[in-house]
Design a protein around this ligand. Structure first.
Ligand code: FAD
Ligand code: NAD
Length: 473
């Protein structure tokens, strides 16, 4: 290990490791300090996203979707499968292998880019020095010209439902059940609650979600969230809004006490997932004399270029303002690396796509109708249902819709919102269109292959001008 580097990154999640690779590509000497250890005690790169977030949750969503289709959809295609059984430990093992392969891939990339991986805790000191405390051994002080803080986030815990790692778990615990809970409770019907609730619902759990807000999925365009809620309830997810969880009691089962508009209620479940949001990892991240500015919720304070209040110290990803999304953090990591190298890196915060990987998937980019109304922006919108596209029908996945909102005067696309099959992929076209400041007319005049799901995007763009072909406008 050297004593001095051009850049030291603290945190090897998608914000930190991507930033580190870009710094190395630009010719800098880079060390990355990360303290994450797997359940077997081994250190692993990739942070929350690769180890306990994006990747393992999608692996389980995929496995559970296969099971669900075999159980309830294949017969409709004329395929009869008899004697299907479920092997949950094998499903979890496969998920762990996907994670191990990908985190191993990052290790190879570090090697190829000559990035030093320091396993242990990192702490910012004054004068741009960094204290590195290895998992085994003594702390050492390193010097550097630039520091990138990328320490990510952790689940918020609530006093009414303390985690025990067994019956009451966070999102990581919800990916480790070795059998299907008969009854599963979820506190928080947000992104994690819906994704993990969907996994176990498809595998046979009776899932009840207790959500504090009166509005379902408040960040999502309300036309889309209403449609999504209907579809989720049809699948058996019991979504209860306006619930205040007041306490839990554990015996053989977990008893969840909550209040809603009708008074005090009680829910008995076998397992309970707490998914009420995440908070930034800034405890113990800097020494007092480093003078790093954080806000009242613990986020590192940064400007649009992810510069902190200390020259040469940057912060990216979940530890700073903005959506907690892997791709947002990665783009910030690239921007910071390029700016350190004297280039003109930037992030367009107006075009960060969101995806919720339920079935059907929810995806959006840009403004919702309520945001535009609140801002007094004049707009026109066009919607198109997947039911009217040949491809979705042929796939037997005709639920959902695409909605495009454009400025009423300039026709510039301001937001695209979707619920339906493979919208996680379809949203890329909308994001590109918005990045290039396209109008709805531009999308409407773009040729889309037939038969594809993307025809729903094309038709929604036509619908903005009331000229969709396969719909009465
Ligand atoms: P992290 O990935 O949290 O990485 C931070 C790293 O820093 C960790 O390894 C941590 O151990 C380490 N660290 C912290 N403090 C220190 C320290 N002082 N010293 C050394 N190391 C330290 N986002 C998406 O875009 N798509 C998804 O599908 C998606 N699915 C998700 C599913 C789940 C269940 C969860 C929990 C999250 C999901 N997210 C998803 C969010 C995504 O995981 C985060 O936005 C992303 O991981 C943030 O990246 P990051 O690099 O900022 O931080
Ligand atoms: P979230 O903010 O999406 O949802 C949390 C929900 O819990 C909200 O609806 C909130 O109103 C509710 N809530 C808060 N306190 C509550 C309480 N005491 N009782 C009942 N409900 C309560 O947060 P999350 O689902 O924990 O996920 C955290 C973040 O991780 C997400 O916001 C997202 O940034 C990221 N993530 C992204 C993806 C993805 O991109 N597909 C997947 C998972 C997680």
């Amino acid at each position: 290990m050297a004593n001095s580097y051009d850049v030291i990154v603290i945190g090897a999640g998608p914000a930190g490791y991507v930033g580190a690779i870009r710094c190395a590509q630009l010719g800098m000497s880079v060390a990355v300090i990360d303290e994450y250890r797997r359940k077997d005690g081994e250190a692993a790169l990739g942070g929350t996203c690769l180890n306990v977030g994006c990747i393992p949750s999608k692996a389980l969503l995929d496995s559970s979707e296969h099971y669900h289709r075999v159980q309830s959809e294949l017969a409709g295609h004329g395929i009869r499968v008899e004697g299907t059984t479920l092997d949950v430990p094998q499903m979890i093992k496969r998920k762990d292998k996907v994670v191990a392969d990908l985190t191993g891939g990052i290790k190879q990339l570090f090697k190829a880019n000559r990035i030093e991986w320091l396993q242990g805790h990192g702490k910012l000191l004054a004068e741009r020095q960094v204290e590195f405390t290895p998992h085994k051994g003594k702390a050492k002080t390193l010097t550097t010209d630039n520091v990138i803080l990328a320490t990510g986030s952790r689940p918020i815990e609530i006093g009414a439902a303390p985690l025990d790692g067994d019956r009451i778990v966070d999102s990581a615990g919800a990916q480790e059940f070795q059998e299907v809970p008969k009854r599963l409770g979820v506190i928080g019907a947000g992104v994690i609650g819906l994704e993990m609730g969907s996994v176990w619902n498809r595998l046979g759990s009776k899932v009840v979600l207790l959500e504090a807000q009166e509005e379902f999925l408040s960040p999502v365009d309300q036309q889309v969230s209403r449609e999504a809620r209907k579809l989720f309830e049809k699948q058996g997810l019991d979504i209860k809004l306006g619930c205040r969880v007041t306490g839990t009691r554990k015996g053989k089962t977990v008893s969840v006490h909550y209040e809603d508009s009708e008074g005090k209620q009680n829910l008995q479940v076998d397992r309970l997932i707490v998914s009420v949001g995440r908070r930034p990892n800034t405890d113990g991240l800097s020494s007092e004399d480093a003078d790093l500015l954080t806000d009242e919720r613990g986020y590192v304070h940064v400007n649009d270029y992810c510069e902190t209040n200390i020259p040469g110290v940057y912060a990216v990803g979940d530890v700073v303002r903005g959506p907690m999304l892997a791709h947002k953090g990665s783009e910030e990591g690239v921007m910071v690396a390029e700016r350190i190298a004297g280039h003109a890196g930037h992030v367009n915060y107006e075009t960060i796509p969101w995806v919720i990987y339920t079935d059907p998937e929810i995806a959006w980019v840009g403004r919702t109708e309520s945001q535009l109304k609140a801002a007094g922006t004049p707009y026109r919108s066009g919607t198109f249902g997947f039911a009217a596209t040949g491809r979705a029908r042929a796939m037997d996945r005709a639920d959902g819709m695409v909605k495009i909102i454009a400025h009423a005067e300039t026709d510039r696309i301001l937001g695209v919102h979707m619920v339906g099959p493979q919208t996680s992929e379809l949203i890329a076209e909308a994001t590109l269109a918005m990045e290039y400041e396209a109008s709805a007319e531009d999308l409407a005049r773009t040729i889309h292959a037939h038969p594809t799901l993307s025809e729903a995007v094309h038709e929604a763009a036509l619908a903005v001008g009331k000229r969709a072909i396969h719909k009465a406008n």
